[in-house]
Structure formats: structure tokens, C-alpha cells
Design a protein around this ligand. Structure first.
Ligand SMILES: C[S@@+](CC[C@H](N)C(=O)[O-])C[C@H]1O[C@@H](n2cnc3c(N)ncnc32)[C@H](O)[C@@H]1O
Length: 226
């Protein structure tokens, strides 16, 4: 697994799910269902929420035919307010309901992230909850044009919403994702990340060595004529 995974970092999420014994996955922003379909192979229960009626009508029959995915149509905060009190399992949230132009919905409220986090904090058992937020890069700096900068929280607001008193979660930004795990998993999760960094460093060193060796080789040997 590299540092920059496009979309949900599947192997990384699999490690967290195993560490926490998570059986439920909740996604905001279904889009075409790629992540929900993957999650259905990993988790007992999957909920995915999509605002666009068009995307919902197109993809929910396909996703729901898998048997363990429930598709919800509506704005994520409204759906979450009803859905979350019914969930008692250890849950991983994938917060990805970000307006992304094209066929996606949400132009009037491009990023309902703070409201989503507030509902999670108010309704879930935080010792059994992991929060993942996609597109971390868009919160690190003022969101680029043509997004509406007034509708996107700053990194400071995101971190403050997740853990206002700094006692519930251990949060890191890795690749393009915020990962917040319950604080009791801090040590275990830190060890996983440290080993992962070490492995990346060793892989990069091996690749650099290989490419230096190849540069030293004669052109004839490179095409198998030496
Ligand atoms: C970046 S895409 C999601 C990609 C998907 N999670 C995945 O991993 O493949 C964002 C989706 O969020 C939806 N969306 C935007 N605002 C929303 C809202 N307030 N509530 C629910 N969905 C929303 C968009 O229509 C779009 O389909």
C-alpha cells in the first residue's frame, strides 16, 4: 500500500477494521457505489447515503442486490440523524459527501462535514467509532476555485469538531485522508503506521538502488545483447 491511494485506502481500512472489530461501515456520498461495493465484502452491514436522486436511482438496485448494503437518499445530515441512533455495532465512517461538480449533487451546500461529525459525536459510542474523511488536501488550504470557500471548513474547524477537548480520538492525516481512531487504540495504530512508513522507506530505497544499477548497465546489457 503506497502513501497516496486514490479514494478509500482499502488495506489501511482493513487493518483498522480488524483492530477495532468493526462490523458496520457508513459512507456519506455514494456516487457510483465503488466504495460501498468494496465495503460489502469486508463488513457485515453497510449504509451509504447519496443526495443525487439520479445517482441513487441508478446505483441503489445494483448495490442493494448484494444483500448487506442499505442505500439512503437524502442529504447526509438528515439521513444520519435518523439512522445513527439505530446502529449499535462498532462502526467506521467514511465521510465523502463533498460536491465534486459534474453529475454530483450538493452545489448549494458543498461540504456538510461539520454537521456530519456533530451528529456522530451526539449519537455514537465514541469508543466504538472510527472517523475517516476523504480529500484531506481540500481542508489543508483554502479550497481551490471553483469551489465556494465559505462552504468548506478549515483544518482547524475539522479537528476541533472531531475532538473538541482532545480526549476521544487519535487523529492522523495519511495520504489524502483524516484517520481518527478511538484514543484507546492509539499505541496499536501508531505501531502500524510506524511499521508502514519503515516498509515504504525500505521499498523506496530498494527501488532507487535498482534504478541506479540499471543506469550503470551498458545499453547492450539492457536490451539483452551483452
Ligand atoms: C466524491 S463523491 C463520493 C465518492 C464515493 N464515496 C466513493 O468512495 O466512491 C461525492 C458524492 O457525494 C454526494 N453528495 C454531495 N453532497 C451530499 C450530501 N449533502 N449528502 C449526501 N450526498 C452528497 C455527491 O452527489 C457525490 O455523489
Amino acid at each position: 500500500m503506497g502513501m497516496h491511494w486514490h479514494g478509500i485506502p482499502q488495506p489501511h481500512v482493513a487493518v483498522i477494521a480488524e483492530m477495532m472489530g468493526a462490523t458496520c461501515f457508513v459512507e456519506t456520498g455514494t456516487f457510483q457505489g465503488g466504495t460501498a461495493a468494496w465495503a460489502s465484502t469486508m463488513f457485515k452491514t453497510v449504509h451509504t447515503i447519496e443526495l443525487s436522486e439520479e445517482l441513487f436511482s441508478k446505483w441503489s438496485p445494483v448495490l442493494q442486490s448484494r444483500g448487506n448494503i442499505t442505500c439512503h437518499q437524502g442529504t447526509s445530515p438528515a439521513v444520519m440523524r435518523k439512522l445513527l441512533p439505530t446502529i449499535k455495532e462498532t462502526t467506521i465512517f467514511w465521510l465523502d459527501a463533498h460536491y465534486s461538480a459534474g453529475i454530483t449533487a450538493g452545489k448549494d451546500d458543498e461540504c456538510p462535514l461539520l454537521e456530519e461529525i456533530k451528529i456522530i459525536r451526539e449519537t455514537m459510542d465514541l469508543t466504538k467509532t472510527c472517523i475517516l474523511i476523504d480529500d484531506a488536501r481540500l481542508f489543508m488550504v483554502p479550497v481551490p476555485k471553483p469551489h465556494n470557500v465559505d462552504q468548506w471548513p478549515t483544518v482547524q474547524e475539522v479537528l476541533n469538531a472531531i475532538d473538541p477537548e482532545g480526549k476521544d480520538f487519535f487523529t492522523v492525516v495519511f495520504g489524502d485522508v483524516f484517520f481518527s481512531v478511538p484514543v484507546q487504540y492509539k499505541r496499536l495504530y501508531q505501531e502500524f503506521l510506524r511499521n508502514h512508513y519503515q516498509q515504504n522507506k525500505e521499498n523506496a530505497a530498494a527501488a532507487a538502488k535498482e534504478s541506479t544499477e540499471a543506469t550503470k548497465a551498458s545499453p547492450a546489457s539492457l536490451i539483452g545483447m551483452a
